[in-house]
Write a protein that binds this ligand. Structure first.
Ligand code: EPU
Length: 462
C-alpha cells in the first residue's frame, strides 16, 4: 500500500497504520507534458468529509465502519490520533476501516500529530461531546493568510464550554460535564465551525440551532453519518441546522460521498490537456458549478447517473471566476482553474471570495511562462495559449494540484517538489493519471536535510 513520507515528524517511533517509509526521502513528480488524457478515472471518498467523520467517530459507542475512505495522509494521521487515544482501528480493506472508540481517553501523545493537520480542530467538538472536556493543539499552520477559529470557539462557548488557549494548546471544559443546546449565529459562513458545532451538539443536552451555516456536500455527509449513528440533525444543506442532542451515539456503517474537488481537478486536467475522460463515482450535482465553468471555457461536459464525461478538442476561452461558499465555485478549485485560464484566449479575472491569500502558487506558474497579475483577492490572467515545463514547488495541496495540471499540458518537463502536500488530499494521483495516458512519475531522493522535511510537514493546510 502507498506510504506516507512525513507522518512521524516529532514522533519517537514509526507507528503508522499503513506501511511507512519515514521522513528520510523526498518525493517529486516528474511530468513530460503535452499528452492528451483518455480513459476512465475512479474518484475516491471525499477528504473533507473523511477528516470530519473520523473525529466524529470518537463520539460513537461501539464499532463504527467507515467505507469509501480515501487513502491519503490526512486520514492516516487522524486514524493514528484515534489509535493513540486508545481506539481500536482495523482495516477491512484499503477503503474500509472499523473504528471502535469504546476505550478512548484524552492523551497528550497526540499533539505532534494534531499540530500537523488543519482538521484536528474537529477534536475540540468530538472530545467535548465524548468526555465533556477537550485538550488538543492549535491546528496546522496557515498557508493562505490568517485562518481564525473564532467561530468554532464562539460555538463551543455558547454550548457551555469554558475555553483556554495558550502555549499552542486549546483546553475546553463543559460546565457540569455535558454541553447544553444553544442558538448560535455564525458571523462568517464557515465549513469548519459548522462541522465542529454539529459534532459537539450531537450529544449535548437539548436543542441547538445553528444559523448562517455552510452548505458544502461534506456538511450534509457528516449529518448523515451522525444520524445513521443515532443523532438527530436536520437542515444540513440549508443555512439553518437544528441538532436535538441525544444521550449516546451507537455503532453502524457509513459510506463517504465522493470527493468533489478531486473530481473537479481531473475535469480541469482534461480540459487543459485535451482528450476525453469519464470520471466515475461522482455526484454530478456536486460538480454543477465546476461543469458550468468548464463549458464556458470550452470543454464539453456530459453528466450521467454517477459519472461525468469531459471532452476538449477545440480552443479555450477566457472567463471570469469568483470563488464562494457552496453552491458557488469552490475555492479549492481556484488554483486549478486559474492554471486552465492561462491556456485560454483573452484576459480572465479570478476573484478569491473565501481566503485572504490564496495566490502563492502564481509565482510557480510564472516560472512556466504564465502571465498573471495579482492584486489582493483578484488575479488577472493573460491567456498565452501554452505553458512551458519548469522546476516548481507545491506550495499547498490545491496549489500542488494546479502544478500537476500545468505540468500535464506544458511543453517539456516539469518537476514538482514538495508533493507531500498533494498526497495529503489526492489518493494515488500518479497512478490514476498514468492509467489515462499521462507521462508522470514519482521519484524519491534521499533527504540530505532531515530537518527540512519535518518543517514542511508542520507547515500544513487543508
Ligand atoms: N473564518 C473565520 N472564523 C472562523 C472560521 C473561518 O473568520 O472561525 C473565515 C476564514 O478565515 C475564511 C472563511 O471563514 O475566510 C471560510 O473558512 P472555513 O472555516 O469555511 O474553512 P475551513 O473549515 O478552515 C475548509 C476546508 C478547506 C476549504 C474551506 C472552504 C477542511 C479541513 N478544510 O476549511 O479545504 O478551503 O473549508 O471551503 O475541510 C483544501 O481541501 O484544500 C482546503 C483548504
Amino acid at each position: 500500500m502507498k506510504l506516507l513520507t512525513t507522518l512521524h515528524a516529532g514522533m519517537g517511533k514509526k507507528t503508522a497504520l499503513w506501511q511507512n517509509r519515514g521522513s528520510d526521502f523526498l518525493d517529486k513528480y516528474v511530468i513530460r507534458g503535452g499528452k492528451p488524457l483518455y480513459g476512465e478515472v475512479e474518484i475516491s471518498g471525499a477528504k473533507n468529509a473523511a477528516v470530519a467523520i473520523i473525529p466524529a467517530a470518537m463520539m460513537v459507542d461501539g464499532v463504527c465502519r467507515i467505507e469509501n475512505l480515501p487513502q491519503i495522509s490526512d486520514t492516516d494521521k487522524l486514524l493514528q490520533i484515534l489509535s493513540l487515544m486508545g481506539a481500536k482501528v482495523r482495516f477491512i480493506n484499503p477503503g474500509t476501516v472499523d473504528v471502535d472508540c469504546t476505550s478512548v481517553r484524552l492523551s497528550n501523545r497526540i499533539f505532534s500529530l494534531t499540530k500537523q493537520i488543519r482538521a484536528s480542530y474537529y477534536l475540540i467538538g468530538s472530545m467535548l461531546g465524548r468526555f465533556g472536556e477537550a485538550c488538543t493543539t492549535m491546528p496546522g499552520g496557515c498557508n493562505f493568510g490568517v485562518r481564525p477559529i473564532d467561530q468554532h470557539i464562539k460555538g463551543m462557548k455558547a454550548l457551555g464550554a469554558s475555553i483556554e488557549i495558550g502555549r499552542g494548546l486549546i483546553q475546553a471544559k463543559a460546565a457540569g460535564g455535558r454541553l447544553h443546546g444553544a442558538r448560535i449565529y455564525l458571523d462568517k459562513v464557515s465549513v469548519g465551525a459548522t462541522i465542529n458545532i454539529m459534532i459537539a451538539a450531537a450529544t449535548a443536552e437539548g436543542m441547538t440551532i445553528i444559523e448562517n451555516v455552510a452548505r458544502e456536500p461534506h456538511i450534509v455527509d457528516l449529518a448523515n453519518f451522525l444520524n445513521s449513528m443515532g443523532a438527530d440533525i436536520r437542515g444540513a444543506g440549508t443555512d439553518v441546522i437544528k441538532v436535538r442532542g441525544v444521550q449516546k451515539l451507537h455503532g453502524g456503517a457509513y459510506s463517504l460521498i465522493p470527493d468533489q474537488i478531486e473530481a473537479g481537478t481531473y475535469m480541469t486536467a482534461v480540459a487543459a490537456t485535451g482528450g476525453a475522460l469519464k470520471i466515475n463515482n461522482v455526484i454530478p450535482r456536486h460538480l454543477e458549478c465546476i461543469s458550468a465553468k468548464l463549458r464556458e471555457i470550452g470543454a464539453d461536459v456530459q453528466e450521467g447517473g454517477d459519472f461525468v464525461v469531459v471532452r476538449r478538442e477545440g480552443a479555450l476561452y477566457r472567463a471570469n471566476v469568483k470563488t464562494q461558499p457552496y453552491p458557488g465555485f469552490p475555492t479549492d478549485m481556484q488554483p486549478q482553474i486559474t492554471t486552465l485560464l492561462c491556456l485560454a484566449q483573452g484576459t480572465s479575472i479570478v476573484t478569491e471570495g473565501v481566503w485572504d491569500n490564496r495566490y502563492r502558487y502564481v509565482n510557480e506558474l510564472r516560472k512556466m511562462g504564465a502571465e498573471i497579475h495579482v492584486s489582493g483577492k483578484t488575479a488577472i490572467i493573460e491567456g498565452i495559449g501554452h505553458l512551458t515545463g519548469a522546476p516548481v514547488a507545491a506550495c499547498d495541496l490545491r496549489a500542488g494540484a494546479a502544478m500537476i495540471v500545468a505540468g500535464l499540458c506544458a511543453e517539456g518537463t516539469t518537476v514538482i517538489e514538495d508533493v507531500v502536500y498533494i498526497e495529503r488530499g489526492y489518493q494515488d494521483i500518479v497512478g490514476k493519471l498514468r492509467a489515462v495516458g499521462a507521462d508522470i512519475a514519482a521519484i524519491s531522493e534521499p533527504d540530505d536535510e532531515p530537518d527540512g522535511n519535518e518543517n514542511r510537514a508542520l507547515d500544513d493546510v487543508g
